[in-house]
Ligand binder design. Structure first.
Ligand code: CTP
Ligand code: MG
Length: 228
């Protein structure tokens, strides 16, 4: 089947702040989102991308193809899950209901091809799908109301969820719709699938596949992209 990616890029970057949404800030001479889309489109197994934009987005450079792959746009919603739903609906008909789709944050530009390879290799052989993730490395503390430590939590079996996340087109749409209809705010695609009683696979990915959330992340990203 065909493999497309949906890239939610309709966020406002409230934690980052500033005039320009973080996905459009210049990194290494290009908008951050250019790195993200190039990482996806340059991968031989990716056939195209849907980029989900904010309404009246004045920053989108208007690309219609990257690395020879079609780039399609649509308008997102107020929550990330709404944006992903809009992106899934905007996929071309050549992507069938049971084809796998990659969902990848626009704000996560340091994606390496070997991570996509491993996600596809394991995820496409799983009945549900898979996500990139990494085990927690730090000791976890539970805070009390006064800022004191109430205890230390076991970190075994705890993972940080990254993107891309790989699920079947229709199954993911249905899961995101079910969460929305139940009024549950899901923070990633896997969470919507889990609510359906499904068990996506965790695929260990590179820790430097970071999501830009604050200004400190941007400095680290400059370094990471500069050293590739
Ligand atoms: N996103 C989206 N639609 C939304 C919210 C987020 O498409 N309604 C996208 C963002 O553009 C980003 C990705 O989802 O590429 C991950 O979200 P996050 O890092 O939280 O970005 P923002 O929501 O923009 O940032 P913040 O939460 O600080 O406002
Ligand atoms: Mg957000």
């Amino acid at each position: 089947g065909r493999l497309w990616a949906v890239v939610p890029a309709a966020g406002r970057g409230t934690r980052f702040g500033g005039e320009v949404p973080k996905q459009y800030l210049a990194v290494g001479g290009e908008p951050l989102i250019a790195h993200t889309l190039t990482a996806l489109c340059a991968h031989p197994k990716v056939d195209g991308v849907v980029v989900v934009l904010a309404e009246a987005d004045a920053h989108w450079p208007g690309w219609q193809a990257i690395a020879g792959k079609p780039v399609v746009t649509c308008v997102g919603g107020s929550e990330r899950a709404d944006s992903v739903l809009a992106g899934l609906a905007a996929l071309p008909d050549s992507v069938r209901a049971d084809d796998f789709v990659l969902v990848h944050d626009a704000a996560r530009p340091n994606l390496h091809p070997a991570d996509i390879d491993r996600l596809l290799e394991y995820g496409r052989n799983d009945p549900v799908g898979a996500i990139l993730a990494a085990p927690l490395r730090d000791t976890l503390k539970r805070a009390g109301d006064d800022g004191g430590i109430d205890g230390t939590e076991p970190r075994e079996r705890l993972w940080r969820a990254f993107t891309p996340q790989l699920f079947r087109r229709l199954q993911l749409s249905r899961a995101l719709e079910a969460a929305r209809d139940a009024g549950v705010a899901v923070t990633d695609e896997a969470m919507a699938m889990e609510r359906q009683g499904l068990r996506p696979l965790l695929i260990e990915g590179r820790e430097d596949n970071l999501k830009v959330t604050t200004a400190a992340d941007l400095a680290l990203l400059e370094f990471l992209l500069g050293s590739r």
